[in-house]
Design a protein around this ligand. Structure first.
Ligand code: SF4
Length: 497
């Protein structure tokens, strides 16, 4: 059977340990409905070609995406940018220093750069990949973040050159983040015939049905500029289809799974996950349990991709895995994550727990509505030290209205909390605050004392400056950063919901 749909993933993505979950969920849903879908992961292909020995180590203390060779991937990202990114006269110089900001350019610049890309050696490389896959009836473009936009447009250009005006649909987390812009701006039509917003397994099947029957497309697939942002229809009941899984000797294969969508907390003012993933719900075990069994059969690990796995789900997963393989998960600090619970999770195979701490700076915590007592972090680190679970702590600085020196002190305190526990395998992942369009801060900047001073059509982040913050009592003390300061006066109800 010829491939009905080709789902392409553009570089650059720092993933080397195994397949991606989103495209595999679409492929699984399509197969169950009798359609054939091929996933062409050009991001993984490029990494394999330039660095065949790049892989997750089976000997790392970290499981999931946290055992990736980070330094090597950074070098490859730089090389990728240097080799592939054409310069556009009006594009800011910093575009070339960071792939995630490669989309911070005007419509015209992005279009010109993508056309230059598709004509050069990079275009030839794309053409070879597409030609090997064969002409489909539908081209799907999956975009997870802004760093893939330019290269996704180049892929569409090449596909049109070799196959003509093929039906082309864009989706993924980044497209969902840009839905308002796409809905009201016809110029996005240059990218393709339709866009889908949100999890879209059922809509993808409906679209394949429509194409097979030469029927009208589902209403959830919208052309740009129509003023509509319908949520796509999801189907999380069935397992993903990963295709052929290759495991090289001496490396570790990691399979992605998901036990919930959305976020059970859903309040952090900087975060877009609740807006992009929709309301919180647990997904059927029919989708993640088969991944666990497949991983056990392949001696692979499982990385849970949930934005926040609540303790009850951690326990369910632990029971299902029952020590048969290693797994990783992301959660939030919680009093329930004590030594007893971590011991039980460790016995089930939990190797790495990632926690979204962001900051212990009290004013910053109040500003972004993510208030977590530092003693909860200390207790988690103690439990992890005792049980051998490795910890990844996500930290963020650069929040508006927060003194950068105090933020640095708070960050150093977290670093010290990790360092002072010999035997603990822990890593601090530091990010800078970015104002995301669909985060609470991006949707209501005035409420957070922020003024938006710039935007780019293909970027989900906004340029901003801090203005006046009102309704907030700044009487606080940075304190020791080990206890919540007693004189912190932040009336929670004064903060927007
Ligand atoms: S940062 Fe984490 S806990 Fe906060 S809303 Fe986002 S996903 Fe949920």
């Amino acid at each position: 059977m010829s491939t009905e749909a080709l789902l392409v993933v553009a570089p650059f993505l720092k993933h080397v340990g195994g397949p991606l979950l989103g495209p595999a969920m679409l492929a699984g849903a399509a197969r169950r409905a009798g359609h054939s879908v091929q996933v062409l992961d050009l991001a993984a292909d490029w990494l394999r070609q330039v660095s065949p020995d790049l892989a997750y180590s089976p000997h790392s203390a970290f499981v999931g995406d946290h055992d990736r060779p980070a330094q090597r991937l950074r070098e490859l990202e730089d090389r990728f940018l240097q080799e592939t990114t054409p310069r556009a006269p009006s594009t800011r110089a910093r575009v070339l220093r960071d792939i995630a900001v490669a989309a911070r350019a005007s419509f015209e610049d992005i279009l010109n750069m993508s056309q230059a890309l598709s004509r050069g050696p990079w275009g030839q490389w794309i053409e070879e990949g597409l030609a090997a896959a064969g002409r489909p009836k539908l081209l799907g473009i999956s975009v997870m973040y802004s760093g893939q936009v330019l290269w996704s447009l180049a892929i569409v250009n090449v596909a049109r050159r070799i196959w003509g005006d093929l039906p082309t649909v864009w989706g993924g987390a980044h497209i969902t983040a840009l839905q308002e812009q796409i809905a009201f701006e016809p110029r996005y039509r240059v990218a393709g015939h339709g866009f889908v917003f949100g999890y879209a397994e059922q809509t993808w099947v409906d679209l394949l049905d429509a194409i097979a029957q030469d029927a009208p497309w589902p209403v959830e697939v919208v052309p740009a500029g129509r003023g509509r942002t319908p949520a796509a229809r999801a189907d999380d009941h069935g397992p993903p289809h990963f295709g052929f899984l290759e495991r090289t000797e001496g490396t570790m294969l990691t399979l992605p799974a998901q036990a919930s969508r959305g976020c059970a907390y859903a309040r952090c003012a900087f975060c877009t996950y609740p807006a992009v993933e929709g309301r919180y719900r647990q997904v059927s075990g029919g989708s993640w349990r088969p991944v666990v069994e497949q991983a056990v059969a392949l001696a692979a690990r499982v990385s849970f991709k949930d934005s926040l796995l609540v303790p009850t789900l951690l326990v369910d997963i632990a029971h299902a895995i029952a020590g048969r393989t290693s797994w990783s998960a992301c959660t939030k600090l919680h009093p329930g994550l004590d030594r007893t619970m971590l011991a039980s999770l460790a016995a089930s195979g939990l190797g790495t727990l990632e926690v979204g701490l962001e900051t212990i700076h009290p004013l910053a915590q109040a500003l972004v509505d993510k208030q977590q007592a530092p003693k909860l972090l200390a207790s988690l680190l103690d439990a992890a030290t005792a049980t051998g679970v490795s910890i990844v702590v996500n930290a963020m600085t650069g929040f508006p209205h927060i003194d950068p020196r105090e933020e640095e002190e708070a960050l150093a305190t977290v670093e010290q909390a990790i360092r002072c526990r010999p035997g603990l395998a822990a890593r601090l992942e530091h990010h800078r605050f970015e104002l995301e369009r669909r985060s609470p801060m991006g949707l209501n900047p005035d409420r957070y004392g922020i003024e938006v001073v710039g935007a780019w059509p293909w970027s989900s982040v906004l340029d901003w400056r801090a203005t006046q913050l009102t309704g907030f009592d700044r009487t606080y003390s940075a304190g020791s950063n080990t206890e919540r300061p007693r004189d912190l006066i932040v009336p929670r109800r004064a903060w927007p919901r």
